[in-house]
Design a binder for this molecule. Structure first.
Ligand code: GLP
Length: 257
């Protein structure tokens, strides 16, 4: 894992943005895996800025979102599709037919399989953006997810439902089921960029980077991936015991580049 520790959430987003822009410049018809949650919002804002400046185009890009709540129409303000339209897709030149989400309004079991099939039709994900849950989940792969899992229906933990309650009105229905890419699906991406900011993510980052490879911390599966870039701020890095080494290794890497 390449670990980049930086001052604040803006520089986290800037570094992630540089990775996406470099990917799209090298391959304009890239397949991007995208994440929701508060963490990547600044990254999406920066991508929109770079697009408006003419530095990056999305005309030939395909996107696959990690997950979606079962039973929420794409027009529902809490659906992840609505989130992505609002924070990214409505502001860039992506073709609507190239935006992919798991289909959550019909037969969800076959929809999960279909998602995998569409992904393999486009030859998989070039660059996958990830956030991380406080319990170490990526996508909606909750603790004890199979480390080899593929896209499927998952029941959310109470912890995750609680953490995401802030997005829903008090008496609004909040789904407890979602379709998510599996950990095996995520591991097939050719490059993974994981972002985390704030002290609430520090335990999950410690477990992911320095802990054992275990389904108790699903993100730890990334220890087995050949190309992962972890971009975190000081607060999210606070519990790393080998902090000095990560800083030193990053400096050496920059010198090499
Ligand atoms: C949700 C999403 C994840 C995301 C996580 C963290 O559970 N399914 O993909 O990483 O939230 O979100 P936040 O960035 O808001 O902390």
């Amino acid at each position: 894992m390449k670990i980049i520790i930086t001052n604040n959430s803006h520089s986290v987003a800037e570094i992630a943005c540089d990775n996406v822009v470099a990917q799209l410049k090298a391959k304009p018809f890239s397949v991007l895996g995208l994440a929701t949650g508060s963490t990547p919002i600044t990254l999406y804002e920066k991508l929109i800025e770079r697009h408006k400046k003419g530095e990056v185009h999305f005309k030939e890009v395909h996107t696959f979102n990690l997950d979606e709540y079962i039973g929420l129409e794409e027009t529902h303000p809490q659906s992840y599709r609505f989130f992505m339209d609002r924070y990214l897709f409505n502001h860039i030149d992506i073709q609507r037919d190239n935006i992919h989400f798991p289909e959550v309004m019909s037969d969800v079991l076959s929809a999960a399989k279909d998602y995998e099939a569409i992904l393999s039709d486009v030859n998989g994900i070039d660059l996958q953006i990830l956030g991380i849950g406080q319990n170490g989940h990526i996508g909606f792969n909750e603790p004890y997810s199979s480390l080899g899992s593929r896209t499927r229906v998952k029941t959310l933990t109470r912890n995750t439902v609680e953490a995401n309650r802030r997005f829903f009105d008090e008496d609004e229905y909040q789904p407890h089921l979602a379709i998510t890419m599996g950990l095996g699906t995520i591991m097939d991406a050719r490059h993974v960029v994981l972002l985390a900011t704030g002290e609430s993510k520090a335990p999950a980052i410690r477990d992911m980077v320095e802990g054992a490879l275990t389904a108790s911390c699903p993100a730890s599966v990334l220890q087995m991936h050949a190309k992962v870039t972890v971009v975190i701020d000081e607060a999210a890095a606070a519990l790393l015991s080998d902090r000095d080494y990560f800083d030193w290794a990053h400096k050496e890497q920059l010198r090499l580049e």
